[in-house]
Write a protein that binds this ligand. Structure first.
Ligand SMILES: Cc1cc2nc3c(=O)[nH]c(=O)nc-3n(C[C@H](O)[C@H](O)[C@H](O)COP(=O)(O)OP(=O)(O)OC[C@H]3O[C@@H](n4cnc5c(N)ncnc54)[C@H](O)[C@@H]3O)c2cc1C
Length: 458
């Protein structure tokens, strides 16, 4: 019987779901899968993006772990595609590869003053509070008044983590350095800016409603933002999600304010245009916008300014190019048709038409950084089906033996982590949390993660 030796790069939900789906699919050949992950621990943004005070979502890790624990997928952590292994290596050892490398960096927002100190990308801050090993341990939380730009769930996460009293995060898995950093924060006011109106936000109702439950935080909204035009009224009447969002905001408008020590302000119809300051952010300027009657907005020419000492840009994530693999710079994804990777057309650069044999994509690097973890499952199904149907164009590896890739990594001195290593790290983190009554305390430094994970192999 033919055997498909498959490499998957990226052990976030998309990579793990793709492996799981392929193994369960009825097919005419055997499958053996190796999962390569740049970090010493798996689960991608579920571990390093989802906020620590969202234990229910973090719990998806339990389901992903069950897939890995079945034992029919090998995982090689702490192995970076592009430096530790290359496309030529994969072609030598596998029949095909699926890239599931996600999107980890901030989209650009280039406005005057956005290079001032005190202006941060949300992705950097998220990586810090979620204990990502490759970001600095210290975060400068010195601002009393902070702006968060964006009207999606990441903006809500960032605003919530900034305004929430750290004692209320103590029971979560936040690393000790994050708890200590947040405790020193002098923040009193966090301002969320969105260029459109309340009926056009990208927040989801559950995440928005959660903000209203924060202890000792007043919600500040402005009457002028709720003078709805017909398009907004129609959206509220016909779209259940918009209706719930409006209801939540309207309830907050009725609340008494003035007694809380921290405040969360919502500025709708506010398009940031500039950060001002000498060396460091001192204020944010924005243009007031107005509905254009079709669900969009237009500038009104009226500019406003607010003193803030820090600004967080939560305007989206962006994928990173991978060595030897086509990349669409405009949208930050691997160009593909339903997961089949397409190559650049040499006669018209920027056009991706022809299929690149043996190479597939899934998850955020396939369709861009939108959607919830659940969406990566249907994504993986589509990609895997094409991979299975493409048997005739798979690569023909010279060394498909399972041991060959282990020998290659070892010959290069790569300190890879494996499933037993992840179990060891997991148990270690849980044990660290126990004396404090916490579910776990994350280990942050990469070398410490690798040391704990590889000790079980020695
Ligand atoms: C701040 C934030 C909060 C979120 N909160 C929620 C939420 O509450 N609920 C929800 O459903 N969804 C949430 N999401 C969305 C969810 O995280 C994504 O839908 C999902 O993680 C995308 O999965 P993925 O596997 O494509 O990418 P990722 O999860 O990013 O996984 C990609 C993996 O590939 C690895 N990788 C990258 N490059 C390489 C390389 N060169 N070599 C080897 N490995 C590599 C990465 O280290 C990573 O582990 C959130 C996202 C963000 C950014």
């Amino acid at each position: 019987m033919t055997k498909l030796r498959l490499a998957i790069v990226g052990a976030g939900p998309a990579g793990i779901y793709a492996a799981d789906i392929l193994l369960k699919l009825e097919k005419q050949f055997d499958v053996s899968i190796d999962l390569f992950e740049a970090l010493p621990a798996p689960y991608g943004l579920v571990r390093y993006g989802v906020a620590p005070d969202h234990p229910r979502i973090k719990g998806i890790i339990t389901a992903l772990r069950e897939v890995l624990d079945r034992g029919d997928i090998r995982i090689f952590g702490n192995v970076h595609y592009g430096t530790d292994i290359t496309l030529a290596d994969l072609k030598k050892h596998y029949n095909a590869v699926i890239f599931a490398t996600g999107a980890m960096r901030d989209s650009d927002l280039t406005l005057p003053g956005f290079d001032l100190e005190g202006s941060y990308g949300a992705a950097e801050f998220v990586s810090w509070y979620d204990g990502h090993p490759d970001v600095p341990r210290e975060w400068p939380l010195e601002a009393q008044s902070i702006a968060v730009i964006g009207n999606g769930n990441v903006a809500l996460d960032v605003a919530r983590m900034l305004v929430k009293h750290p004692e209320d995060l103590q029971s979560t898995e936040i690393p000790s350095n994050v708890y200590e950093g947040l405790k020193r924060s002098p923040v009193t006011d966090v301002h969320i800016f969105g260029r459109r109106g309340p009926a056009q936000v990208k927040f989801t109702p559950l995440e928005l409603r959660e903000l209203g439950e924060l202890r000792d935080v007043d919600m500040i909204l402005h009457d002028e933002d709720f003078d709805y035009d017909d398009a907004s009224k129609n959206a509220i009447a016909t779209n259940k999600q918009v209706m719930v969002i409006d209801r939540v905001l309207q309830q907050w408008r009725q609340r008494e304010t003035g007694s809380a020590s921290r405040r969360l302000h919502f500025h709708f119809f506010a398009r940031p245009v500039e950060l001002t300051g000498v060396g460091h952010v001192e204020s944010i300027r924005w243009e007031r916008t107005a509905p254009d009657g079709e669900g969009g907005v237009v500038g009104t020419g009226e500019f406003r300014e607010l003193p803030v000492q820090a600004v967080y840009r939560a305007v989206g994530y962006f994928g990173s190019p991978l060595d030897g693999i086509p990349f669409d710079e405009r949208v930050g994804v691997i160009p593909n048709h339903e997961g089949r990777v397409l190559r650049d057309d040499p006669t018209s650069p920027g056009q991706f038409n022809e299929q690149l044999p043996g190479v597939y994509a899934t998850g955020w690097i396939k369709r861009g950084p939108v959607g919830l973890i659940g969406h990566t499952k249907s994504d993986a199904m589509e990609t895997v089906k094409h991979l299975v149907n493409d048997q005739g164009s798979w690569w023909n590896p010279a060394h498909p033996e399972e041991q060959a890739i282990v020998e290659l990594l070892e010959s290069r001195g790569i300190q890879y982590t494996d499933l037993d290593g992840w179990h060891a790290l997991d148990e270690h983190e849980i044990a660290l949390g126990e004396p404090e009554g916490r579910a776990r305390i994350k280990v942050v430094p990469r070398d410490e993660m690798v040391k704990i994970s590889t000790a079980v192999r020695q």
